[in-house]
Design a protein. Structure first.
Length: 88
């Protein structure tokens, strides 16, 4: 248990940040799943729209330190590659 007042405040902040980060992580998973489902359905226009919605969320999470910058970049790259492959 925290002894000093600053440590108590840090513990309180950690709890609220953890909740915020959980919701952001969940949102990323949902957006990526939406793109995956659109790819599975074979609808390229739907997949492009879902990708356009997912990309900024992935990048924003990387900027906020929720996921590594290269992890977000890799996910965007792989999803983009799969969406482009639909037209071929």
């Amino acid at each position: 248990m925290a002894n000093t007042s600053s440590a108590k405040k840090a513990a309180r902040q950690m709890i609220s940040r953890t909740e915020i980060n959980k919701s952001r992580r969940t949102r990323v998973k949902s957006e990526v799943r939406t793109v995956e489902e659109a790819i599975q359905s074979g609808d390229q226009s739907k997949a492009l729209a879902a990708l356009a919605a997912a990309e900024p969320i992935l990048v924003r999470n990387a900027q906020k330190g929720i996921m590594h910058k290269k992890t977000a970049s890799r996910k965007v790259s792989r999803l983009t590659q799969r969406v482009k492959a639909m037209s071929a």
